[in-house]
Design a protein around this ligand. Structure first.
Ligand code: GDP
Length: 138
């Protein structure tokens, strides 16, 4: 069990002005920020990040969406970070997300679902490395 996870606040949430409220909920839940940047992905970069979903029917939509506006990328630290963060954000589809979770509060649909959270310790490392150099984290 690792104590770090990786997140993105997605373009739907940054464009609706939810960035501050989402960060506030994350920090109040006990996560500390170990790296953070405000960045806009190109279609190519979004495709590389979500390469694992390349064969899925929604891949094109996902890439268009994730490159449509700025995101906030961050590495977060907390004991049991990956599982606890997945619980904090709620189910992929906000319609199925528990009351009070970030996706329930801020997401509109299964595609435009406000936040990303790594699904394993291994992917948390891969995803953090995708965005941050050693100099940009502590
Ligand atoms: P996550 O781990 O909860 O983010 O969910 P997945 O790994 O299954 O999917 C990755 C991302 O792809 C989701 O967060 C959504 O943004 C997007 N996605 C998943 N399913 C769908 C879908 O059916 N339609 C669309 N448009 N996007 C989807």
């Amino acid at each position: 069990m690792s104590n770090r996870t990786f997140t993105m606040i997605k373009p739907d949430a940054t464009s609706k002005g939810y960035t501050g409220a989402i960060l506030d909920q994350i920090i109040k839940a006990g996560f500390s920020v170990k790296a953070m940047k405000w960045i806009k992905l190109s279609e190519e970069q979004a495709g590389l990040f979500y390469d694992i979903h390349r064969e899925r029917p929604f891949f094109g939509e996902l890439v268009d969406f994730m490159s449509s506006g700025p995101i906030v990328a961050a590495i977060l630290e907390k004991e049991n970070a990956v599982a606890d963060f997945r619980e904090l954000i709620g189910a992929t589809n906000p319609a199925n997300a528990a009351e009070g979770t970030i996706r329930k509060r801020f997401a509109a649909s299964i595609g435009e679902n406000a936040v990303h959270g790594s699904d394993s310790d291994e992917n948390a490392v891969i995803e953090g490395d995708f965005f941050f150099s050693k100099l940009e984290r502590f």
